[in-house]
Design a protein around this ligand. Structure first.
Ligand code: ADP
Ligand code: MG
Ligand code: MG
Length: 205
């Protein structure tokens, strides 16, 4: 079971990963977007980490809700409202539970991912963050009763991100490139895989 501290560690690990990988995320976005994905997420997760260090948020759901709010208010790009919605909606679905298991988190993340789809109008296969998020949530739900559920989710997200390489983008800036978006890994799917890896790390997997 993951408690409030584990969710704080998740967000801290995500902030550290984004800091470490900002250059790579921006490089990916330079190929099929506007070269700001690393900077966008770095600004957002720096704000999330700073806000959480102040001590607010006293449940797993409150940690994610606060993080989502910060992302929405600090990130100008498409990814801010989308990741913000993911975390806020997931946090809301967790309610005021003090500890959360993999099955419960899979269900809550499923609601968050559905909200991202509704906000951005994208589906799996459109070469977006959803191509990493959807398989991750499915893997977490499948593995929920055994050990290593979070690691399985992180692996599924990384695989999903890699599978965006041959896809043609149908949503977001990359879609303006049409077939020229093929052959490049989607920046948002790549950062989504970082987010899931940070969860596995926080869970000790
Ligand atoms: P911007 O495109 O505004 O510069 P970012 O570079 O921060 O924003 O984020 C780009 C990423 O956002 C894309 O790689 C993609 O994964 C994701 N994205 C863009 N539009 C959508 C959408 N409609 N639905 C889901 N994800 C999207
Ligand atoms: Mg961009
Ligand atoms: Mg931009």
């Amino acid at each position: 079971m993951l408690d409030t501290d584990a969710f704080r560690r998740w967000m801290a690990a995500a902030a550290a990963a984004v800091e470490r990988e900002a250059g790579h995320l921006t490089e990916l976005d330079a190929a099929i977007g506007d070269a700001d994905h690393g900077a966008n997420l770095r600004r957002g997760f720096t704000a999330v980490a700073a806000e959480l260090e102040k001590g607010a948020a006293d449940s797993p759901g409150a940690v994610l809700t606060l993080a989502g709010r910060q992302l929405i208010s600090t990130v100008g790009g498409a990814s801010g409202p989308l990741y913000g919605t993911l975390l806020r909606r997931t946090g809301k679905a967790l309610g005021d539970a003090g500890e959360v298991g993999p099955g419960q988190l899979a269900e809550a993340l499923g609601a968050g991912v559905a909200a991202v789809g509704q906000l951005g109008g994208a589906k799996v296969g459109d070469k977006t963050m959803l191509d990493a998020l959807e398989p991750a949530v499915a893997a977490l739900a499948r593995a929920a009763d055994g050990p290593g559920a979070y690691a399985a989710a992180a692996e599924a997200a990384a695989r999903g991100a890699a599978e965006t390489v041959p896809m043609r983008a149908r949503k977001g800036r990359a879609s303006y490139l049409g077939e020229r978006s093929e052959g490049h890994q989607d920046p948002g799917a790549t950062s989504a895989a970082l987010l899931l890896a940070a969860l596995a790390e926080a869970a000790g997997e």
